[in-house]
Design a protein around this ligand. Sequence first.
Ligand SMILES: O=C(O)CCC(=O)C(=O)O
Ligand SMILES: [Fe+2]
Length: 336
Amino acid sequence: MANEPPFFEKYKAIFQRSADEKEKSIIVDAIEELELPLIDLGHLNLGPLERQECIEKMARAATEWGFFQIVNHGIPEELLTRLKQEQIKVFQLPFEKKSEDKFLNLSVQGYRWGNPLATSLRNLSCSEVLHISLNDISKMDEYNKLRPFFLARSTIEEYAEKANVLAQTLAEHLAESLGIKASYFRENCSPTSSSLRLNRYPPCPYSSMMFGIIPHTDTDFLTIVSQDQVGGLQLNRDGRWVSVKPNPETLVVNIGDFYQALSNGTYKSITHRVIANQECERYSAAYFYCPTYETVIESCSKPSLYRKFSFKEYREQIQKDLKATGDKVGLSRFLL
Ligand SMILES: O=C(O)CCC(=O)C(=O)O
Ligand SMILES: [Fe+2]
C-alpha cells in the first residue's frame, strides 16, 4: 500500500539472511496475560485516608511492577479520540509525503520507521513513529504555511498540556515516600522538555520473527501511554515476558530510567516491547516526561547506585552505544 513504509525493500538483505539462516522464532508463545495494577486517581480528591492509600498503591506498583494503569486521570475521552483521529490521518498519508523534509520532520528524524542501525530482524522494529519534541511545536505553523497541513497543532498542544499536568502530578505523588522535595519536577521539567511519540504498528507478515518495538526501557522520568484495543505490549517481569491486557479505557504509566536513578533503584524502569500482529494494525501514543537537557540526575538516597549524570550526557551515551553496538545499554553504564 502506498502509505506503508517499504520495510521489505529497505531491509531486504536482513530479511534474506534471516530466511537463509532459518532464524529461529524470537517470540516465545504461551506468555501469560496480566492486568496491570489499576490506580483510580479520583481517590486523590477524596478524604486524606483514600488519598494516602492511592499514593501508596502507586508507589508499590512503581516498585514492584514499574508499570500501572490509571483511570479518572483528567484527560478527556474526547481529546484522546481526537488525538487518535489525527494520528490515523497522518499515518494514512502516502509514504513519500510522510518522509518529505519539512513536512512531518519538525526535528531531524521526526518521522521514523524501522531502524537504520538494525543488524538483524531482532533489532528491527516493525513500526513507524512520529516523534514530536514539544520544543518544536511552534514550527508546525511554519510547516502549515508551506503545505496544507496534516496534523492539528491545537490537538497536539492540548494533549501535551494535559499530559504534562498529569505526568507532573504522578511524578510528585511518587516522590512523596522517597523524601524528594515537591518542587523537584516543576524546577527541572518544563512543558517543552518532554516529547510525544505517535506509534503505528502495521500488520506484519513476519510477526514471529520481528517486534513491533524491540525490547527497551524509556529514557525519561515516566511515560504515559494511550493504546487501542489490539494489544501487544509486553513487559519483562522477573525474567519472564508477560502481556499487558489492553484496556483502552485506561492510560498505562511506566517508570523510566531517570526515575529509577533518582529513586536510587526503588522504582523500576522495566524492559518492555511490543509484539507485531500479523492481521491488525495498532496505534499508541506515548508521552515521555523528561527534564531539560542540563538537568543533573542524582540518587535521592545514599549510598548511590548510580553516578550523577545530566540528561544531555545520558542521551549522548545512548547515541554512542547505539552506533557501536545497535543497543541502547542505558542505566547500567552509570552504575557505581
Ligand atoms: O505501543 C506501546 O504500547 C508502547 C510504546 C513504547 O514503549 C514506546 O513508545 O516507548
Ligand atoms: Fe517504551
